[in-house]
Design a protein around this ligand. Structure first.
Ligand code: 8YV
Length: 324
């Protein structure tokens, strides 16, 4: 019997990463990518020392109680709202995430979604594919400009800063932002970004991008009251987390053209999508793929694995989210 630590890999990941884990650990993986229920996950964790998780596993007190040997959960995501950090710390379980490696890729995607939304790219593609394009028209799918417009970013962490730089330096946008805390002056200058209140941002931005982490306080940061503050020509992009936007209120605002359009990569209760969002034309919908490039997903899997290797190697986790 091996005396290596026992690791559970909760979802399918790159075979090379699993092979590397096998050099250090006794690994149970999930190559078929079965979606385990919390009870099935708990049963598999009963004899495990470590877990490589993704955003789809909830790590809470009930799960921890069923996993008496568990010492670390390495999330393959920068966001870790699937962790009950307090319960993990109380149980002496280390949590880690995957910051930095996905910053630029995710900022690229945020900008892509903003452009697709403002320039009505998927709506016009559906029209073309449906065989409806029979003649040119002066106002056909006329959207709003990106260059020279005002970009409002809510949540100015690493990804928000990446989007600000793309907007300010690449597209000559005026960048305003709102965040829990103001950036240091040097960072504001680098991003060419001006701090404003949330209301001022919503009132003045042509394009609003949400990049804040999900916390209970961030729930429905954008609801009907906030949508009412936005310009009728404005667009809204959410690449942060489902639940930050009230999807029902947004669907109504899009239907009533209270705002021009939205781009959504994340949803309340995903992978379920609020049904009305599937029927309104002025929304671009993607299935939580902002970090999905092959090199970035590899880097995320590798960093999660490196956290496990460093932790059990006695070197401490590389990117901890709690202190145990
Ligand atoms: C992940 C993400 O793909 O890193 C995050 O926080 O939202 C995405 O990059 C997703 O959470 C899967 O773990």
């Amino acid at each position: 019997m091996s005396n290596k630590p026992k690791i559970l890999v909760a979802r399918a990941i790159f075979a090379e990463t699993v092979d590397r884990l096998r050099q250090h650990f006794d690994v149970q993986d999930n190559p078929g990518d079965a979606l385990w229920t919390p009870a099935e996950l708990a049963q598999r964790l009963a004899d495990k020392d470590g877990l490589l998780s993704t955003g789809s596993q909830r790590i809470d007190a009930a799960l921890l109680a069923a996993a008496p040997r568990l010492k670390i959960v390495a999330n393959m995501a920068v966001g870790y709202n699937n962790f009950d950090v307090q319960a993990m710390t109380a149980a002496g379980v280390q949590g880690t995430n995957t910051p930095d490696v996905l910053t630029e890729t995710t900022a690229d995607f945020g900008f892509a979604l903003l452009m697709a939304t403002a320039r009505r790219m998927t709506e016009s593609e559906h029209y073309l594919r449906a065989g409806k394009w029979t003649q040119w028209r002066y106002d056909m799918f006329a959207g709003s400009d990106i260059h020279g417009s005002t970009l409002g970013i809510i949540g100015m962490g690493r990804i928000g800063q990446g989007i600000a730089k793309r907007g300010a330096h690449g597209f000559g946008m005026k960048v305003i932002y709102h965040n829990r805390s103001r950036l240091a002056p040097a960072l504001e200058a680098e991003c060419k970004a001006t701090y404003v209140s949330k209301d001022e941002l919503l009132r003045t931005a042509d394009h609003v991008v949400l990049v804040l982490p999900y916390t209970p306080e961030a729930h429905h940061t954008i609801g009907s009251a906030e949508l009412a503050l936005m310009k009728p020509t404005a667009t809204l992009v959410n690449i942060a987390r489902g639940g930050i936007v009230d999807d029902a209120a947004l669907a109504l605002a899009l239907k009533d053209r209270r705002i021009a359009a939205a781009g959504l990569d994340v949803f309340e209760g995903e992978p379920n999508v609020y049904p009305d969002l599937l029927t309104v034309p002025n929304v671009v919908l993607t299935p939580h793929i902002a970090s999905a490039t092959v090199p970035t997903r590899r880097a995320m899997a590798d960093l999660a694995a490196d956290n496990l290797i460093a932790f059990f190697g006695g070197r401490g986790p590389l990117t901890p989210v709690n202190k145990i």
